[in-house]
Design a protein around this ligand. Sequence first.
Ligand code: 2M8
Length: 441
Amino acid sequence: MNSEIDIIDIAKTVLEGNNEGAYTVPSRKLYPHQWLWDSCFIAIGLSHYDNERAQIEILSLIKGQWHNGMIPHIIFKPGEKHKGDKDIWRSWTNPNAPDDVDTSGITQPPMLAEAIVKIGEKLPIGEKLTWYRKVLPALIKYHQWLYSERDPHNEGLVLLIHPWESGLDNTPPWMAELRSHQLPIWVRAVVKTKLTWIIERFRRDTRSVPVAERPSTEEALGLYSVQRRLRRKNYDIDKTLRHGMFAIEDLTFNCLLIRANQHLKEIARSLKHELNDELVESIGKTELALEQLWDPMTKQYYSRDFITHELLKEPSIAGLMPLYAGTISKDRAKILVKSLENKHLFGPNYPIPTTPLNSAWFYEKGYWQGATWINTNWLIIDGLRRLGFKTHVGALNEATIELISKSGMNEYFSPINGEPAGSDNFSWTAALIIDLIENNK
Ligand code: 2M8
């Protein structure tokens, strides 16, 4: 077991090892580029001891912003080495793609405002306002894009077009949708004829991480095929929606957006900047629309299909994210907290598993299908703190710190025995454990 001081030192070493100068890679082995929500979590950790680097991390993300306002989910490392990755995306076929940076063609959870505020909180007032002034135009443009492009019916709920946009890649509700509607014939044929072993030989991710800890080959092919379809439509939202592809109002994403909007309003207020009426109206709608994702029968929140408005009733950690949104009633929050306390659902030895333990999808080292991740713990702890669940915050903080102290800075962990899984030296684990320890003092 390491002491808290040791953990912080190890965490800083991990973040230094993954430092690329203008940004930090999530992991040297698996993810060699800059990822959107990873960089936001990383900046939150960095802000405790190197605020300048935290700001650089965020500015590098903003450099990848599309002309229409989208912040892309990956910004590719410049140079020839990873040319293959950029070529898979070919996002330059969309006229909105930035001119001098290569990026993916989709987005990821809107953690940007949170990171900006966490950086601001650690600066003296004058520097904080300078920082806010520097980033506010890009932040407004980003939130406007989320509504103009991803909320075409003005419902207040933003839609996603690829499971990767949810950040919880192969989480059960998305994978159930993928299996039932979206798998092309060639993927079904490969799976049916058990030819997945051929594909497995070409998988890069399973060279450093056991296949059982990554998305299954069927899932990986499914994710890839959705990406290919989006590429064929040049990442154009109208063409994408017209062709009846994935469109899901994702619960986690919209909960994070609610909190991000609150931060955006606060940043604008501190600069005496008035947000335009349309944006303010959309922001209000999102807070109200969360209620539409509540199912009174099962007493849970779910994601929703954009077209049919059917709830995707597959329990996952997303069901707890309204705690982070922070806008739900205390009674509702208590219902969610009950499932956190339940050892057979979200309360095993090393919480919080990404699916409840009684889910048919649960596997203790399952990638977004059971394993405990530090970013989802961080989001839920942050929400519980704001909602006043002090004892739960204390217990979850302690359990998370104990887990890292015992098992190291891995990507995710078994919620049953705490064993590490996925990549080692994972950046957001390192960054967020620094934040949790500092907040716990
Ligand atoms: C994972 O996602 C990427 C695709 O975006 C992948 O599987 O290759 C997810 O865990 C995602 O949430 C994360 O941002 C990314 C980088 O850490 O890896």
